[in-house]
Design a protein around this ligand. Structure first.
Ligand SMILES: C[S@@+](CC[C@H](N)C(=O)[O-])C[C@H]1O[C@@H](n2cnc3c(N)ncnc32)[C@H](O)[C@@H]1O
Length: 266
């Protein structure tokens, strides 16, 4: 398998769709559930899965962050990145390649990638990875300690295992996004970027309002690599306005600011 080097370059933006024409069908073997058969069939026929294997990424999720970054350009050389829910490591691989790529002056930049996940992750050169339940008490303080300073990007692909109930799954992912956003408000440098996976549904409205109060732009995007039959999408909030309004929306604004009129009313 070749090494994942494509992340350092912003060239080659083909979605990969249509690269395989022959559909592989999986027989229902004894003991294999229909859901496993369908999952296997989907994996075998997914051009992104094949491409990830070819290009040395740990999973097809790598293409989601590649596509988002190709559009919004937040994984810049030298950037300090926090990757929440990083297992098995595709986003980290992309981040390491891009934040350590050649800078505009031609010099090699020294970025930083800190990943956390509930699960163990095989080491990735250039990334610091910790096992952590980000919803447990004090988790954000532990991340801040590991980080030891501000970050330029906080990204979250965290997703709880599916409960089979759409509403429950949605609420769980909103809780994960809110926790990730709180960390972003605490550690991002002004101008920083927050990227998070969300599921389409009603309960996210409050979170979107909170993001709009704290970032110059908030976009909701479904990158081509995100499966069309999945309700996942990504929120990309750019231009963090700084900590002054980080608690806006919960009635505990930290300090008054002349610019607070810019924020939309809750
Ligand atoms: C879709 S996967 C992430 C894929 C990853 N971005 C990549 O490119 O390899 C979602 C991850 O979120 C993690 N996760 C879910 N809840 C979490 C939590 N409370 N704390 C930390 N990680 C969590 C899961 O363990 C899982 O590995």
């Amino acid at each position: 398998m070749s090494k994942a080097t494509g992340g350092g370059s912003r060239a080659g933006k083909t979605s990969g769709r249509g690269q395989r024409d022959l559909k592989v069908r999986v027989k229902t073997a004894k003991g294999r559930k229909l859901s496993s058969k369908l999952w296997l069939e989907r994996q075998l026929n997914d051009p992104y899965v094949a491409r990830a294997r070819r290009e040395g990424y740990r999973g097809r999720a790598a293409y989601k962050i590649l596509e988002l970054d190709d559009k919004y350009r937040f994984l810049t050389p030298g950037a300090r990145v926090v990757d929440l829910g990083c297992a098995p490591g595709g986003w980290c691989q992309v981040a390491v390649a891009r934040v350590n790529a050649l800078g505009e002056t031609g010099g090699k930049a020294q970025g930083r990638v800190l990943g956390v996940d509930l699960q163990e992750v095989d080491p990735i050169a250039g990334a610091e990875i910790h096992v952590l339940d980000f919803l447990e008490d004090g988790a954000d303080d532990r991340v801040k300690d590991w980080l030891g300073g501000p970050a330029d990007v906080v990204m979250s692909d965290m997703a709880a295992a599916s409960s089979g109930h759409k509403g429950t799954d949605h609420l769980r992912i909103v809780a994960l996004v809110e926790a990730a956003a709180q960390l972003a408000f605490d550690v991002l440098e002004p101008g920083g970027t927050f990227v998070a996976k969300v599921l389409a549904g009603g309960a996210e409205a409050e979170m979107q309002t909170m993001l709009k109060q704290n970032f110059d732009k908030v976009a909701n995007v479904k990158p081509p690599a995100s499966r069309s039959d999945s309700s996942e999408k990504f929120v990309v909030a750019t231009g963090f306005r700084g900590r002054r309004s980080s608690a806006a929306g919960d009635g505990q604004e930290e300090e008054p600011s002349d610019e607070s009129d810019d924020a939309p009313s809750p």
